[in-house]
Write a protein that binds this ligand. Structure first.
Ligand SMILES: Nc1ncnc2c1ncn2[C@@H]1O[C@H](COP(=O)(O)OP(=O)(O)OP(=O)(O)O)[C@@H](O)[C@H]1O
Ligand SMILES: Nc1nc2c(ncn2[C@@H]2O[C@H](COP(=O)(O)O)[C@@H](O)[C@H]2O)c(=O)[nH]1
Length: 197
């Protein structure tokens, strides 16, 4: 695979990955491209098919996995999620920095590929704050919230293992976390901007 080095953003559901990523993409228009994942979960209000996710059925997704269309896939909180080869190729064909938002299982699978991304974990300051953010977001049922909190406990432990992530950002104060993220990606951003000028 060619083009600038991709970026994997991972971390517990509700830690703030999408918030940070959307801001980064808005501030650096024409630099980043989002790898649009497939999922079998239902769209949330405001989410667009083909932009936030490719919303699909379990049957169709299993068929795609069987065909070898995905570089990684995982079951998360009762739904399937996966990164298609096409999602990455679409971004890399435009010479943009490809951003992938995947869970810890996805991180493990991507490490077995030749993608060679920068691995960044976005972590909440505490479980209590994470739970509050997820509840306030009002996107989950009590059941899915509990599943996400359980997955978060595992994620928070695994992210401490040396060598899994290049950087771990604690998203306490949003401004500070965002500045830290920009700083890490500064070199890659500059490379893309210079290539475009
Ligand atoms: N630093 C912060 N301080 C307070 N609230 C925050 C902060 N960062 C994000 N939030 C809020 O927390 C909620 C969860 O953030 P977000 O949806 O970006 O998380 P996520 O990691 O992308 O979750 P998921 O993996 O489920 O998509 C959102 O309502 C967001 O506005
Ligand atoms: N392994 C993968 N994980 C993914 C992918 N796309 C998203 N995710 C992760 O799923 C959870 C839940 O996301 P949500 O949008 O339902 O809140 C979160 O941790 C994402 O990072 C993927 O393609 N592969």
């Amino acid at each position: 695979m060619s083009g600038p080095r991709p970026v994997v953003l991972s971390g517990p559901s509700g830690a703030g990955k999408s918030t940070l990523m959307k801001r980064l993409m808005k501030e650096h228009e024409g630099v980043f491209g989002f790898s649009v994942s497939h999922t079998t979960r239902n769209p949330r209000p405001g989410e667009e098919d083909g932009k936030d996710y490719h919303f699909t059925t379990r049957e169709a997704m299993l068929e795609g996995i069987e065909n070898g269309d995905f570089i990684e896939n995982a079951e998360f909180s009762g739904n399937l999620y996966g990164t298609s080869k096409a999602a990455i190729e679409d971004v890399q064909a435009q010479n943009l920095i490809c951003i992938l938002d995947v869970d810890i299982q996805g991180v493990r699978r991507i490490k077995e590929t030749d993608l060679n991304p920068i691995y960044i974990s976005i972590q909440p300051p505490s479980m209590e704050i994470l739970e509050k953010r997820l509840r306030d977001r009002q996107t989950e049922t009590e059941e899915s919230l509990q599943k996400r909190l359980e997955a978060a406990r595992i994620d928070m432990e695994l992210s401490k293992e040396p060598g899994v992530f290049d950087v771990v950002i604690i998203n306490d104060d949003l401004e500070r976390a965002y500045e830290e993220l920009k700083e890490i990606l500064n070199e890659e951003i500059k490379k893309v901007q210079e290539a475009q000028s």
